[in-house]
Design a protein around this ligand. Structure first.
Ligand code: UDP
Length: 404
């Protein structure tokens, strides 16, 4: 994987800017830390970005914190609370959060010129900061957080040198500089690379999904915020008028213990409808997800809370119109009536699905517009350019020019 491979796909000006900035940053050490090696958007992103950064002459590493089952139950609670739907976090839970972060601090080598800590799970590692520039990269929707939980976390976040949010409405009142950077997809990864019709058909065949009628697809972790039950309701409303199939595909992330409970509810609600296909995907199902997205007629991402929603960019990149919840980063990607539709209810979702099913030409045009929108704004090259610009800006503290 090499920056040159993106010529002809990414904007040439982005590639040139990356080369120029990477030359200035040659040899700098960059450490990314998150809480899972597979599953979820952050792991997906880092698995591509870290090798590319190394190819640019930087010295990049990626480390994953180790946690117990109890720790991930607590951090999922924190995640939910920060996304505004939390239960109370007890003193015992805070203790677990702090002690697991503490154990990781002792275990991990956190020395680097730039330490980029992703999301709340490893956020307390900043307690070990001695030197270097520490950046907290928040990927979740923190626009309306539980005040108590945010107040606690904020005390730690303010020890960082800067924070990055995915969407401007997630910005918080903190004493450190804040930046807005969109996450991105890699057009050359197994998840997004072109596939032949035969490869696509082979995957559908393997999952026993006939491609005989239009396919509605949602790919997501089984998480209440992704509203898979609402998707089934919307499909049932559509099904009264149009013959179609629904595919709900998702896997479990090792830092998300809620998945099994939600999957059970989804299976129960799907009942024995032969046109609903619920797929529990193992890790490393990139080619399968790629094929499912390419074989779908319409992609849904009916989230009720969302950080950015990488699956939206992945699907638009494949020329599919996306019907998405009007939350988090989805409206940045789904431009109403241009690259898809934004929805707030099951009924609204069903209405827009029907509109696209009877109008394949509209669906095709939206898909094409979506692909170009992603190419211009949400490819990995844009993301790397922003990170390098941030690193340079942090080295030139006090200068008023911010390159982002
Ligand atoms: N994904 C995956 N397997 C699954 C479900 C999702 O590889 O079973 C991928 C999906 O293609 C996307 C990422 O995980 O790249 C999910 O990112 P998103 O921002 O949509 O949601 P998150 O899970 O981070 O909330």
């Amino acid at each position: 994987m090499n920056l040159k491979d993106y010529a002809g796909i990414s904007e040439q000006s982005d590639i040139r800017a990356i080369e120029a900035m990477a030359a200035k940053l040659a040899g700098r050490t960059i450490l990314h830390v998150n809480s899972t090696a597979v599953g979820g958007g952050v792991a997906e992103l880092l698995s591509r970005m870290v090798p590319l950064m190394n190819g640019l002459g930087l010295n990049a590493r990626w480390e994953v914190i180790r946690g117990t089952k109890a720790f991930f139950e607590v951090t999922k609670g924190l995640h939910n609370a920060l996304q505004g739907k939390g239960k109370q976090i007890t003193k015992r839970m805070w203790d677990i959060y702090e002690s697991v972060n503490g154990r990781n601090m002792d275990r991990m080598n956190l020395d680097a010129d730039y330490v980029i800590i992703h999301d709340p799970q490893p956020a307390l590692l900043v307690g070990k900061k001695k030197s270097g520039n520490w950046i907290w990269r928040c990927h979740i929707d923190i626009s309306a957080p539980d005040r108590v939980v945010w107040h606690f976390l904020k005390g730690h976040i303010e020890k960082y040198d800067a924070a990055i949010f995915s969407v401007s409405s997630f910005a918080q009142s903190v004493s450190i500089p804040q930046y807005m950077m969109h996450p991105s997809i890699d057009p050359l990864s197994d998840k997004n690379v072109e596939l032949s019709e035969t490869e696509i058909a082979e995957v559908f065949n393997r999952f026993n999904i006939p491609m005989d009628k239009p396919i509605l697809l949602q790919v997501s972790r089984f998480d209440p915020f992704k509203d898979p039950l609402g998707v089934i309701d919307a499909y049932r409303l559509v099904k009264k008028y149009h013959n179609c199939r629904l595919v709900l595909a998702g896997g479990a992330a090792s830092d998300d213990p809620e998945g099994a409970r939600v999957l059970k509810d989804v299976l129960e609600k799907a009942g024995n409808d032969p046109d609903i296909h619920v797929l529990l995907l193992p890790p490393f199902s990139d080619k399968e997800i790629n094929a499912l997205q390419r074989g779908a007629a319409i992609v849904l991402q009916k989230s009720v809370r969302e950080g950015f929603g990488l699956v939206v960019a992945e699907s638009l990149w494949k020329g599919k119109p996306v019907i998405g919840g009007n939350v988090g980063g989805i409206p940045l990607q789904v431009i109403e009536g241009v690259t898809g539709f934004l929805v707030n209810s099951n009924e609204g979702t069903a209405y827009r699905i029907r509109q696209l099913l009877v109008n394949p030409e509209m669906a095709r045009k939206m898909g094409a517009a979506g692909r170009e929108h992603v190419r211009m704004n949400f490819l990995i090259t844009k993301d790397i350019k922003s990170y390098l610009a941030l690193c340079l800006a942090m080295e030139k503290k006090g200068e008023s020019v911010i390159y982002l």
